[in-house]
Design a binder for this molecule. Structure first.
Ligand SMILES: Cc1cc2nc3c(=O)[nH]c(=O)nc-3n(C[C@H](O)[C@H](O)[C@H](O)COP(=O)(O)OP(=O)(O)OC[C@H]3O[C@@H](n4cnc5c(N)ncnc54)[C@H](O)[C@@H]3O)c2cc1C
Length: 427
């Protein structure tokens, strides 16, 4: 019996992350007997509301910085790095709205204080940083590596905000429980940022590999095989890792899914040319090149579901996790149908391998779907979907593919909890 893994989803994360500071404030105020205002004429409701919203912003951004450390424990709790970054984005937008509310309701303190201009500066920078990072227009306009460099400035902006909160007179400073809480979250956020900025590349564990085989599959896909030069990376089929190729660009690490099964002695990845880095890799990678592999990450694995009937849907390069799963397939209790959709027959580079695997492995059925001949894959073409109440569906492919099939599966009566997908993008 497969053991199903459970995660904290956004519908649990957000009430918890908002509830935490609210409860801390409620308990703190319960035991606080001093005045709720800091200067005469202030409105106590505005004072409390202004400071609670500030605590919420600090909490959301502090936990967001924790997420950037790529802690495997945190990503597993949140359902994988892709789901974690989804929560990260939503948290940032919520923090932005709360920051505006904080500025709008907080009573103005009459005395001159260096924390005041610092607060205005921090607010403007955090506002700009989140808007530039999250707005789809800028995401399209700015290349990923430049976007990432800019996004990393959120750490220093957070530090400015924290300095502001400790310099200006606050009610927070007068309530020991709230003060300790904010200090704790500030240390968590600043520590996470410093770790990510300075220590991650040295301290985060990685495995070293050498490229043993390079296959250029058409103009668009590169298949690499690598042998470990030390301990091999322990991974589950469907997981991915961050790969750095020091001979090509020591500063860039990119996520690719491990397309080999754990018991295979060579680690394989299949990489599609989608931008500057992947194009340069296609040109310059050679047998003997060294590779740093950091991971494994992700929960797009069999632990997602205990269903014995499964449908695996792959779009284009989204076949990579299923290559690992199909190679690993040995569960006689499972009945799986893999649909791989490609634009044209020439793009189906792993067709032979998958046919052979399906012939050899009872319980695994493989179907190639050519969209130039048959149009986009639709659920009506998948008899396994119809009338099946205990089926799990795994989807990996371009966003439009994932969205369209998820909507069709939902319309066909497959519950959302039975549909598992992997995003090939983090921002
Ligand atoms: C979990 C996961 C698994 C993936 N598995 C595969 C795979 O098996 N095969 C494959 O061909 N592609 C895979 N990708 C996509 C691959 O990481 C990107 O195509 C690649 O990093 C593009 O880099 P680029 O500089 O050539 O292109 P760019 O034009 O710079 O980027 C194209 C897009 O790729 C994403 N991207 C770029 N750099 C990074 C980075 N360092 N970290 C995160 N995302 C980045 C961004 O969304 C960006 O918009 C995967 C992505 C993720 C998130």
């Amino acid at each position: 019996m497969l053991k199903q893994q459970r995660f904290i989803q956004s519908k649990v994360y957000f009430p918890a992350i908002i509830g935490l500071p609210v409860i801390i404030w409620a308990v703190g105020l319960l035991f606080y007997s001093g005045p709720l205002i800091l200067s005469s004429g202030e409105n106590p409701v505005q004072r409390v509301l202004g400071e609670v919203t500030a605590s919420l912003v600090v909490t959301l951004l502090g936990f967001n910085l924790l997420m950037t450390t790529r802690s495997r424990r945190v990503e597993r709790i949140l359902g994988g790095l892709d789901k974690m970054y989804f929560i990260h984005r939503r948290s940032a937008l919520l923090a932005l709205a709360l920051l505006v509310l904080h500025a709008a309701v907080s009573p103005r303190y009459p005395e001159i204080n260096p924390g005041k201009p610092l607060g205005v500066l921090a607010m403007l920078l955090i506002f700009l940083g989140i808007a530039l990072s999250a707005a789809p227009f800028f995401k399209r306009l700015i290349p990923y590596h430049k976007w990432l460099t800019m996004h990393r400035l959120m750490g220093p902006f957070f530090v400015l905000g924290i300095c502001h909160s400790f310099l200006v007179p606050t009610l927070t400073g007068k309530i020991p429980l709230v003060r300790s809480y904010i200090l704790g979250i500030a240390l968590l956020g600043i520590g996470s940022w410093l770790y990510r900025a300075l220590l991650h590349r040295w301290l985060h564990p990685h495995n070293s590999y050498k490229v043993t085989d390079v296959k250029r599959l058409g103009n668009a896909v590169l298949a690499l095989e690598m042998a470990p030069t030390g301990a091999p990376l322990p991974s589950l089929p469907g997981q991915f890792a961050f790969f750095t190729f020091p001979g090509i660009d020591p500063g860039e690490s990119h996520p690719f899914t491990i397309a080999s099964a754990p018991e295979q002695d060579r680690l394989r990845v299949a990489i599609k040319n989608l931008g500057d880095f992947t194009r340069s890799l296609q040109k310059h990678i050679q047998v003997g090149s060294t590779v740093k592999v950091e991971g494994p990450y992700g929960v797009f694995t069999q632990s997602r579901s205990s269903a014995k009937r499964q449908i695996w849907l792959a779009g284009g390069i989204g076949i990579t996790p299923f290559l690992a799963m199909a190679n690993d397939f040995s569960n006689s209790e499972l009945n799986v149908t893999l649909y791989w959709t490609v634009c044209k027959k020439e793009d189906a580079f792993f067709d032979n391998e998958l046919r052979v695997l399906a012939e050899r492995k009872p319980g695994l059925t493989y179907k190639l779907w050519l969209s130039d001949k048959n149009g986009p894959l639709r659920t009506e073409a998948m008899p396994e979907v119809m009338g099946s109440d205990n089926v799990a569906v795994f989807i990996c492919g371009p966003e439009a593919f994932r969205r369209s099939l998820t909507a069709q599966l939902r319309a066909a009566g497959i519950p959302r909890r039975s549909i598992h997908s992997e995003e090939f993008t983090f921002r």
